[in-house]
Write a protein that binds this ligand. Sequence first.
Ligand SMILES: [Mg+2]
Length: 240
Amino acid sequence: MVERQLVVFDFDWSMADQDTDRWIYEVNAPELRRKMEDLDGKMQWTDLVAQLLREGHEKGMKREDIEHALRIIPYHPAMIRAVTKLKSRGKTTFLCLSNANSVFISTVLRGKGLDNLFEEIITNPAEWDASGLLKLRRRVDPEGPQHSCKIGCSPNMCKGDELHSFLARHEPAYDRVIYVGDGSNDFCPVLRLRSNDIVCCRTFGGLPKRIARDGEKFGLKAEVKYWTGAWELEELFNTL
Ligand SMILES: [Mg+2]
């Protein structure tokens, strides 16, 4: 019997049908989008986004431009229905676990009327300064102690550690955890799930590849269900 369950959402390409970090440049500054592509893999990702936010600001990209891009980000209506219906049935807590940032996520959610969906949003901290620059930092301060993830999480945060500490803060254990993700950095938290938990893995992105390559090797216990469009996730949520 499941009386109390947790749904964990990655954000980019899981909750939203795009990647917030890339999308704001695709809308407002394609030359910086190209630069992002060129520097991808050469710098830590959060630091790269923070640097391009500064460059965009110097080139005249305004707070309103970024907020506009976030309001028009592709977002499937079935996703809104799926989470709203599941939440209204009462036994589900929602957690957002994302490598985007607090401002991007809250702006998108507000635009969709989903401000109150998540119990917690665990992500990189960001804030607007008076000049309209969005100041973004890694969740794990580069000056302080670092996480020791061996699975492949980026230095800005270990999603597995974050999920683990959320679960410790919300004991007793949930009867079931459902994890929705697409990226290779979702592999680490998915390994923390139990055999009665479910991974809702998007069919594209790094996660399905990592599960296929390393799932057995790293002892993945949860059941994996695949989805491509949010209408399929909605069908699955209707059975939870
Ligand atoms: Mg993602």
